[in-house]
Design a protein. Structure first.
Length: 723
């Protein structure tokens, strides 16, 4: 006899909102698959262009936007100390909002950890939605789109509070809908913060990004200062004389998770997907702000440009609210930027050597084209970012911000959320993943998909065996290496080991507009895993190219259920790739031994990526590699060891990581009497910043490797938790 699993109490269940739509042809639509190379001309009205948002899903936009103004968790409903609000910012709870076809309501099975609170729908679906909502146990009456407004928002907050906290007074302050969608990612998160802090506020007088952003930053500075004094246990009387100085100190060190939305689709993709007539008639670039981009119950009926920007801004605002931070809409990527990027990626594929000067020239051209994207608000936001989420098909991390000498990916942790197809982005945005904690037990599976007779396969195996041997005694980390020369063997190994982190060692290949991996001798764009690990590392060449918006296995693995996927944009040297991926595991092992150094997997990856830049330099030529690995005069440390152990400490700035690394290496060479020779090697033949041609897609920041308590304590390490 089996015992049923205990049902979670209402305290442990997450608020869930459903937004219902009527699918095309009256049937539940099959999920829009990005594995298409062209859109059929006979049905162009079913999709927006160029980001491919299904028009039936677009009908949910009024309801999706409305839900962003409702409580995202129980914590939004009660008064909390400022230091607890900072802790919630670390958790990034997010609204759980699901767009669902009315035809699927009857068959939908909700896991017990969801608490369905409200269902919204177009006016014509109220009766059918009410029937399905009742069966699902939705607690509040169905709301039609025409009934939505400020009055209904007040009523829904009151009703939700009564059901969640019937014995606790509600928060004071009115709630209002955001009318300007183009700046909602700046305005709405601030409103949540202001209401929690008891600040009075009305609709913002400013409608431009910069003043709204500065208001948000000022608000977070006040919260941080209040939180710090709370952690120190000061009374109001004791805090008052030091509050001003505390504000100045917190302002100087304030960092927030920032989200950017950067629309745009590669010209090569559009030429293959849409006819010239459709491109001319329906494709328009998007601006950063648009005064006509306002909330209404007819959002989904607008032209392609406005319906797509509303969908992109929804995803952006959802993330900004979840992070209790801010987001910025950016203008569309210039088409020429994609063209230069495609040339760069092609250069890597076709060139037998790195040819650093050619790479540097193309990166310089790319920087010149995207330079106008780095407006004053964007640059100020990035300067305040603890991490950056970029909703885009363009790898902004390869661009160098004005005033920097290294690409943006070196400056701060950066992750991507693909916008193509936009239907999938909208669906995923409200499916906020719960955090996965990696603290004391990390299971790693290395799937070797390259035959051993292949020289790359032999090097790869030797590298993984060495890594496995070095880390074999690390408690809490297990690494298994399995040969998987067929898709079935890969599926079986993953199902058997059920790893937290899957590393797939394979060749990458391009088949038309598809970026796939080769398992054995067969290319695969999808894996169809029964169990999808939360994190997948594709140790393979060019599995995430962006120049032509190719359909990539990196993005498709997110669709299969992976929380985060690490991929490469260009072909990479197997030895350098082994070093970089092996160092990622070494840094995870270091965390298990010395917990608290990093909060998330994204931070561990960024540390790995940026500290590997010295290897980009030294492994670029045999001469530099020999010099860097040869012990110094009199049997002293090799230059690389000296660099790592002592000389680089505190001297490497992310925004200038390569320039600073050259400076330190040059000083070491100078001490050996070889300064001019080594510096000349840096210039001729030069080197390629290969470590920055990797990108993390998805949510690696949701892999938590420090507890919330540890992360809050790290904000104020000298403070005591109040009794």
């Amino acid at each position: 006899m089996t015992t049923a699993s205990p049902q979670p109490s209402d305290v442990d269940r997450h608020l869930l909102y459903l937004v219902v739509f009527d699918p095309e042809d009256g049937a539940a639509p099959v999920e829009i698959s990005p594995v298409i190379e062209a859109m059929p001309d006979e049905g162009p009205d079913q999709f927006s262009m160029p980001h491919s948002l299904a028009r039936d899903v677009a009908q949910t936009l009024p309801g999706l936007w409305y839900c962003l103004h409702l409580p995202q968790s129980r914590a939004d409903l009660v008064d909390l100390e400022a230091w607890k609000l900072k802790g919630l910012q670390q958790l990034a709870m997010g609204h759980h909002v699901v767009p669902i076809p009315v035809t699927a309501l009857d068959s939908l099975i909700l896991p017990p950890w969801w608490r369905p609170m409200l269902a919204l729908c177009p006016d014509g679906l109220v009766e059918r939605t009410a029937q399905g909502a009742a069966a699902l146990g939705v607690e509040l009456p169905v709301a039609s789109f025409s009934s939505l407004g400020d009055a209904s928002l007040e009523e829904h907050w009151r009703a939700i509070h009564e059901r969640v906290y019937p014995d606790i007074p509600p928060l004071e302050g009115k709630v209002r809908l955001s009318r300007r969608l183009d700046v909602a990612a700046l305005d709405l998160p601030w409103r949540f913060t202001a209401r929690r802090m008891g600040w009075k506020f009305d609709a913002p007088a400013a409608k431009e990004a910069l003043p709204l952003m500065r208001r948000t930053l000022q608000g977070h500075t006040l919260v941080a200062a209040t939180a710090r004094l709370e952690r120190q246990g000061l009374t109001l009387e004791e805090a008052e004389p030091v509050f001003g100085q505390t504000v100045l100190e917190e302002e100087a060190r304030l960092r927030l998770p920032i989200a950017l939305a950067l629309p745009g689709v590669a010209p090569a993709y559009m030429r293959g997907a849409y006819s010239p007539q459709l491109r001319k008639a329906r494709v328009r670039p998007l601006a950063a702000v648009d005064a006509s981009d306002t909330w209404s119950t007819e959002i989904g009926e607008r032209d392609d440009a406005h319906v797509e920007r509303a969908a992109i801004e929804y995803a952006l605002t959802h993330r900004a609210v979840a992070n209790d931070s801010l987001g910025l809409m950016m203008p569309s990527v210039p088409p020429s930027a994609f063209t230069i990027l495609a040339e760069l990626e092609k250069h890597f594929r076709n060139s037998p050597a790195d040819r650093p000067r050619s790479v540097a020239k193309r990166l310089s051209r790319l920087n010149a084209v995207v330079r106008p994207l780095f407006t004053e608000p964007v640059m100020e936001a990035i300067s305040r970012a603890s991490m950056l989420t970029v909703f885009s098909n363009f790898p902004l991390g390869l661009a160098t911000m004005p005033g920097d000498t290294a690409p943006l990916a070196a400056r701060l942790p950066l992750t991507y959320e693909p916008l193509l197809p936009l239907t999938r982005t909208v669906q995923k945005s409200g499916a906020t993943p719960l955090g996965i904690e990696w603290k004391n037990d990390i299971r790693v599976l290395v799937a070797e998909c390259i035959p051993s007779k292949d020289p790359v396969g032999r090097i790869s195996r030797a590298g993984w065996w060495e890594t496995q041997d070095v880390l074999k005694d690390v408690e809490g980390l297990s690494i298994h290496t399995v040969e998987t020369l067929s898709l079935e063997a890969l599926r079986k190994a993953v199902d058997e080991h059920r790893p937290d982190l899957l590393i797939i060692s394979a060749h990458g290949t391009l088949v038309g507009n598809l970026a796939a991996i080769v398992i054995g001798d067969e290319p695969h764009i999808e894996l169809g895993l029964k169990y999808t690990p939360p994190v997948i590392v594709l140790s393979a060449c060019h599995v995430a190219p962006r120049g032509a918006s190719a359909v990539s296995i990196t993005d498709l693995l997110l669709r299969e259920g992976a929380l985060a996927v690490l991929g490469t944009q260009v072909p990479v040297d197997v030895r350098r790739n082994m070093m970089l991926t092996g160092r990622l595991l070494t840094n995870l092992a270091d965390h298990l031994t010395n917990q608290g150094r990093h909060a998330t997997l994204l931070e561990v990856w960024h540390h790995t990526q940026t500290t590997n830049t010295v290897n980009d330099i030294l492994m670029s030529t045999p001469s530099l590699l020999s010099w860097g690995s040869t012990p110094g005069p009199g049997g002293g440390l090799a230059p690389l060891q000296e660099f790592m152990i002592s000389r680089s400490a505190g001297r490497l700035r992310g925004a200038h990581i390569y320039e600073d690394s050259e400076q330190v290496l040059g000083e070491i060479a100078e001490d050996q009497g070889r300064g001019e020779q080594v510096r000349n090697w840096f210039r001729r033949p030069g080197y390629v910043p290969e470590s920055l041609f990797y990108l993390f897609a998805g949510r690696p920041e949701r892999i938590l490797i420090s507890s919330m308590e540890e992360r809050v304590a790290a904000l104020w390490p000298d403070s005591d938790t109040p009794a």
